[in-house]
Design a protein around this ligand. Structure first.
Ligand SMILES: Cc1cc2nc3c(=O)[nH]c(=O)nc-3n(C[C@H](O)[C@H](O)[C@H](O)COP(=O)(O)OP(=O)(O)OC[C@H]3O[C@@H](n4cnc5c(N)ncnc54)[C@H](O)[C@@H]3O)c2cc1C
Length: 471
């Protein structure tokens, strides 16, 4: 869509929005003209005072959401961030929390601390349940909130492809809480295996089955293989049965979105680490304590790690015809929800078809960050009466780490692997973590782990509920 058409449509919209905003404001106190929080609030409203500035509501404080808060000009807009958690997390290092290499606090940052210097900024911890576009209103677990601009940045959730048995038994790894449950389950299985007299049961406790051979599957497989090699023999010298790590992938290669060279090297590294890789196999069920494959093979396990795919989070009020592959919400080149004037969608949640990306952009952090930045600039430009700009993704490359000194990276046609790729991976990820304290904590843990071949975070703080584990 050419920029001038966009502005032509947008300017009337802005006036309309002002009216909507003012209607809301004046309907509560037309006579005095003063607006107080209490006067505005109905029993169901979130208590955030309206000002003369337009309100931008951002749903989701992931990579896209925090970039938006940072870049939207708070002199021109009131900004409200809503997230179901009170912290931002750094998913690329979740697997290190799950395998005991890092503490969860090192990869999280509280929103209130992150934005305590922002002016006219409000954070609310709530679950956004429904969008009511006709009324410019969202419905959340703590009440309703009206908006002038709404930005959906809710990301994705684990996709079980409708398989209830797998959903009930699998250990996902999408959030810090899940990574901690996974870590606890692995450690509990080791403890339980020591005293179990049944050999078959012991084998099942010590089989770790990872489903999904993308970057997350490869990384967690490598981390558990290292745990098996360097930590288990020291911590559990009396363990009689061997631990086995399986990695199952439905296609014929690991790291399908990366180059053939990256796939080949990752496979070789994992095989050297004694990970049993099964390619071209689909997990169809979980029955009688075992994973069932499409060829009939079964692997008994009490640790089924499911990192096989994601699906967009759902918001009631977004019609199905405005969603595409993976439930992602269809947007135009400005990240605007198709057919809407003041609702935008960014990051993993959106599906933006552009030249070179017929199925949308890859669901990675850089896309979310760049879309967040571009949309913030566009809102700032709109506030100044300027033309917004289309989003164009700049691909800086893709990386995955397999273990100590072992990583693979693609930078366009250049493919790197081994120590150099691993060192680059460390530097890039360390730079991306929020907060100086977190950076130092991660660096210290990494140095300690590297020098001692040991992980310090091997605590069992809680016993996961029956429905959160396979036990
Ligand atoms: C284990 C793992 C490893 C990864 N590794 C890499 C990597 O190495 N490199 C890379 O580039 N990418 C990686 N990714 C992908 C990357 O994390 C995502 O592409 C990125 O996080 C997308 O950012 P986002 O802002 O769109 O969504 P997210 O970061 O997912 O943030 C969404 C936010 O919305 C909130 N939310 C969701 N629904 C609601 C609701 N209804 N109400 C309120 N709040 C809600 C969530 O709490 C969350 O804070 C990884 C992902 C995972 C899970």
């Amino acid at each position: 869509m050419p920029g001038d058409t966009f502005v032509g449509k947008f300017v009337p919209l802005v006036h309309k929005m002002e009216k909507v905003g003012k209607n809301v404001v004046f309907s509560f106190d037309k006579q005095t003209g003063t607006i107080t929080q209490k006067q505005m609030r109905t029993s169901m409203d979130i208590r955030i005072p309206r000002t003369e500035k337009k309100r931008v509501v951002i749903v989701g404080g992931g990579f896209a959401g925090i970039k938006l808060v940072n870049k939207i000009d708070s002199r021109r807009y009131q900004i409200v961030l809503i997230d179901r958690n009170n912290y931002h997390q750094f998913p690329p290092l979740l697997y290190q929390v799950a395998s005991g290499g890092l503490e969860p606090g090192s990869i999280c940052f509280p929103f209130r601390k992150l934005f305590h210097r922002e002016k006219d900024f409000y954070f609310r911890m709530a679950d956004v349940q429904k969008i009511v576009p006709e009324e410019n209103r969202i419905v959340t677990s703590i009440g309703d909130l009206d908006y002038d601009y709404l930005i959906l940045a809710g990301g994705t959730t684990t996709n079980y492809y409708g398989n209830r048995a797998i959903e009930e038994h699998a250990l996902p790894m999408k959030e810090v809480r899940e990574a901690l449950t996974l870590r606890t389950s692995l450690l509990l299985n080791l403890e339980n295996a020591l005293d179990d007299e049944d050999k078959q049961e012991r084998r099942s406790l010590l089989n770790v089955v990872i489903v999904g051979g993308g970057a997350t599957g490869v990384e967690i497989a490598g981390a558990i293989a290292e745990m098996k090699r360097f930590i288990v023999p020291k911590d559990y010298p009396d363990l009689e049965t061997r631990m086995h790590v399986y990695l199952i992938e439905g296609t014929d290669r690991l790291l399908g979105v990366m180059s053939e060279s990256a796939s080949r090297h990752a496979k070789k590294y994992l095989e050297d680490m004694r990970v049993r890789i099964l390619l071209g196999k689909l997990v169809t069920d979980f029955r009688d304590g075992a994973v069932v494959l499409n060829d009939g093979q079964t692997i008994s396990t009490q640790a089924l790690i499911w990192v096989s795919g994601v699906t967009a989070v759902r918001f009631e009020g977004i019609p199905k015809e405005k969603t595409g592959r993976g439930g992602r919400i269809l947007v135009d080149a400005y990240n605007r929800l198709v057919g809407s004037e003041n609702i935008f969608v960014v990051g993993d949640l959106c599906l933006q078809v552009q030249p070179g990306y017929p199925n949308g952009h890859p669901q990675v952090a850089q896309v979310a960050i760049q879309q967040g930045r571009c949309l913030a600039h566009n809102l700032n430009r709109i506030a100044q009466g300027k033309t917004p700009r289309e989003f164009h993704y700049k691909d800086y490359g893709t990386m995955a780490t397999v273990g100590r000194n072992k990583a693979v990276a693609d930078f366009g046609k250049v493919h790197v692997h081994g120590f150099f790729a691993w060192a680059m991976w460390l530097v890039i990820h360390l730079r991306s973590i929020l907060g100086v304290r977190n950076k130092l904590a991660v660096l210290l843990d990494w140095m300690w782990n590297y020098l001692t071949y040991d992980h310090s975070s091997r605590f069992i703080f809680f016993r996961p509920k029956k429905d959160e584990t396979m036990g």
